[in-house]
Design a protein around this ligand. Structure first.
Ligand code: UFG
Length: 326
């Protein structure tokens, strides 16, 4: 098997490439390097620089590397940005996927793993979100992921392509400091940034209907998430006709306040947080039921929130050496 990993030079993609390589799978990275970094691609893994909107380049990459499976992670992923630039999100995330699926079916590649998101659920009014929970995305980003799942499933049904859509919950941590997320658009790096600047971390609202009033999320270590891709890829390759939709989370809710307390413990900083008004569109609680993937494929997460914060902090200190405390 050779797996083409689109977005393989990105934060999650690079972890998937590494996990695949450790599991003995051959990979090729396909990435337009708009946010991906070539240095994240390990030695010995070919890197094809290209856009998923470029059908000819995709067709050549699939043929030249005798690709037998695709893991599609290349996408835009910022919720707020998607509200301001919906057409860009639909072009990259939906049209890019359509072009890729066209190339994949023309090349008769048998397996396809799609990177989806818990954003497809929107504001779920349930304790644990199951895969059958209705999908009512709240942002263009979430819409493009749900539309993507539809495209993938419809193509599978029409052509026999074996497919899986993986709904990631809140991804954090790193396998190594140099693979850490360099963006500052999620809770953990945003708190790191404030603490490093000797400012108070912010809590976006503490009047939610949750035990401590702050939002509850299901944080998943990127190493576990990458392992889930290996498990799913192997399931697809072992028998045809799959049509999987799977949550990738830990099934455990952690509040913003609890996360900040964990961050204090790991980093040694203790500046108390400031509570600001709610951030528009934030659901109070989004926690996965992780049962389906456990029952169907025997996968479950191994790393806890402490591991995520410790490894993310090592990555942060690498790029912000002034943040280190002895
Ligand atoms: N938060 C703060 N202070 C901060 C940063 C974040 O209180 O400085 C809070 C947010 O309000 C939210 C929680 O921390 O309640 C987590 O926020 P993130 O931005 O880290 O993550 P989200 O849950 O908002 O978003 C994540 C992914 C998206 C995905 C979404 C839905 O980053 O890609 O889940 O699944 F779309």
């Amino acid at each position: 098997m050779t797996w083409l990993i689109t977005g393989g030079a990105g934060y999650i993609g690079a972890h998937v490439v590494r996990a695949m390589a450790e599991a003995g799978e051959r990979t090729v990275v396909y990435d337009d390097l708009s946010t991906g970094l070539a240095e994240r691609v390990p030695d010995g893994v070919p890197l094809v620089a290209g856009s998923t909107l470029d059908g000819d380049r995709l067709a050549r990459a699939l043929a030249e590397h005798s690709v037998t499976g695709v893991v599609h992670l290349a996408a835009k992923k910022q919720v707020g940005e998607s509200v301001d630039h919906p057409l860009e999100y639909y072009r990259e995330n939906v049209e890019g996927l359509r072009v890729l699926l066209e190339a994949v079916t023309a090349a008769e590649v048998p397996s396809f793993v799609f990177s989806s998101s818990a954003a497809v659920y929107g504001m779920p009014d349930v304790d644990l979100v199951r895969e059958e929970t209705p999908c009512v995305p709240l942002s263009p980003y979430g819409e493009t992921k749900l539309a993507g799942e539809w495209l993938v499933r419809a193509t599978g049904r029409a052509t026999g392509l074996s497919t899986a859509s993986l709904r990631y919950f809140n991804v954090a941590g790193a396998a190594a400091p140099e693979l850490a997320d360099v963006g500052v658009s999620n809770l953990i790096p945003m708190v790191f940034e404030k603490l490093t600047e000797n400012l108070a971390p912010r809590i976006f609202g503490d009047d939610y209907p949750t035990p401590d009033g702050t939002c509850v999320r299901d944080y998943i270590h990127v190493v576990d998430l990458a392992e889930a891709h290996v498990t799913v890829a192997r399931a697809l390759q072992s028998s045809a006709g799959h049509d999987l939709t799977l949550n990738i989370g830990r099934g455990e809710g952690v509040s913003v306040r609890e996360m900040i307390d964990h961050i204090y413990a790991v980093t040694g900083y203790h500046r108390p947080p400031t509570v600001t008004p709610r951030r528009p569109g934030d659901p109070a609680r989004v926690v996965a039921s992780a049962d389906r993937i456990a029952v169907e494929l025997g996968w479950e997460a191994k790393h806890d929130v402490e591991d995520m914060i410790t490894s993310a902090w090592a990555g942060w200190v690498r790029t912000h050496p002034e943040a280190a405390r002895t």
